[in-house]
Design a binder for this molecule. Structure first.
Ligand code: HPA
Ligand SMILES: [Zn+2]
Length: 331
């Protein structure tokens, strides 16, 4: 089964590129940039990956990215991930990035965009992968700051496949960002948002009603609200589910307790994703294998999930057709 899951052309719709920073690269970049890390070794960093919840992870996540200083660093970060993903059969990656986390450290948007853009072109040329870019706003920071970031990104609007909403969810409902997302809509930029990871089902409703998102990142808590589940099904909204992330951040206790089978039974459109693979114990293939081991899903189920990701990805029609064909051949 692992061989089959590796061969399956996998499309990743939910990845934070800063969350793909492996401890080895963290140390290499720290050395290159003269940044002091509060860890003595790679092993010590890994040992710190014992999270109680989303905020306790975010603390480490924001600290880890302090080693990213120059365009070259963002390039190396993304290429490091694209190579790993490619090796496990990922053919398309949609990456969130967090400009505010870098601006707060004095790293300009131009630096981030230059590095990521270079890596995207390289991934296409050398690995035959396609990629998409999602500029995420930090929901635990003020909405007017997000608006300023959106406006200052004007030179890059055309390069953004979507804007997103991430960081600490509780106490920061989507409604806080209504105006920012309205502005993005006016600019013709598609919208996605994290909702219903730690936050209540109402946050998912707000993301749909007020932010007009085309898909929901995580969304697993929708199951607490049967009317919402019916709506997600009727409107064919895709949830980008991240099983290993949900275990590591204690959204669920064990993978066997994950609500993925119920979500599937409810007729929802689902995809499997890695979220922050360096921090959550595995990439796309590990997430697929974990689902197989926990739920005993058939090949057909995985083909269905991989197909949904292809259908919902930000990519050209030609690329979509090519990947649907690859998927049919892998079956
Ligand atoms: O898993 C996550 N959830 C919310 N925000 C995030 N930012 C990076 N990773 C995450
Ligand atoms: Zn996420």
């Amino acid at each position: 089964m692992r061989d089959f899951l590796k061969r399956l052309p996998k499309v990743e719709l939910h990845l934070h590129i800063e969350g793909s920073l492996e401890p080895e690269l963290m140390f290499a970049l720290a050395r290159r940039n003269g940044v002091e890390l509060p860890f003595a070794s790679v092993e010590e960093v890994r040992a710190a990956y014992d999270f109680q919840d989303l905020p306790s992870f975010l603390e480490l996540y924001y600290r880890g990215m302090s080693v990213l200083k120059r365009a070259e660093d963002f390039h190396d970060l993304a290429m490091d991930y694209f190579r790993r993903a490619h090796a496990e059969g990922v053919v398309h990656v949609e990456m969130h990035f967090d400009p505010q986390a870098h601006l707060a450290r004095g790293i300009e948007l131009d630096v981030v965009m230059e590095g990521l853009s270079l890596a995207r072109r390289e991934a296409e040329r050398e690995l035959g992968m396609s990629t998409a870019l999602i500029m995420a706003f930090l929901r635990d920071r003020p909405a007017d700051e997000a608006m300023k970031v959106l406006e200052s990104a004007a030179p890059y609007w055309e390069m953004l496949d979507a804007v997103g909403l991430d960081s600490a969810e509780r106490g920061h409902p989507p409604s806080k960002f209504t105006e920012v997302f309205q502005r993005a809509k006016m600019l013709g930029i598609p919208r996605v948002a994290h909702a219903g990871e730690e936050g209540p089902p109402d946050y998912i409703r707000e993301a749909l009603d007020l932010l007009d998102v085309c898909r929901v990142d995580h969304g697993v808590r929708c199951l607490e609200d049967p009317d919402l589940v019916a709506r997600l099904r009727d409107e064919a909204i895709v949830l980008t589910v991240c099983p290993l992330s949900n275990v590591r951040l204690k959204v669920v206790e064990r993978i066997e307790d994950h609500p993925l089978p119920q979500l599937l039974d409810a007729g929802l459109r689902l995809t499997i994703n890695s979220d922050d693979p360096a921090y959550f114990g595995g990439g796309m293939l590990d997430n697929f294998v974990a689902c197989h081991d926990a739920f005993g899903w058939s090949k057909e189920t995985f083909i269905q999930l991989a197909g949904t990701a292809i259908e919902d990805a930000f990519m050209s029609d030609a690329r979509r057709l090519e990947l649907h064909r690859q998927l049919a051949e892998s079956a």
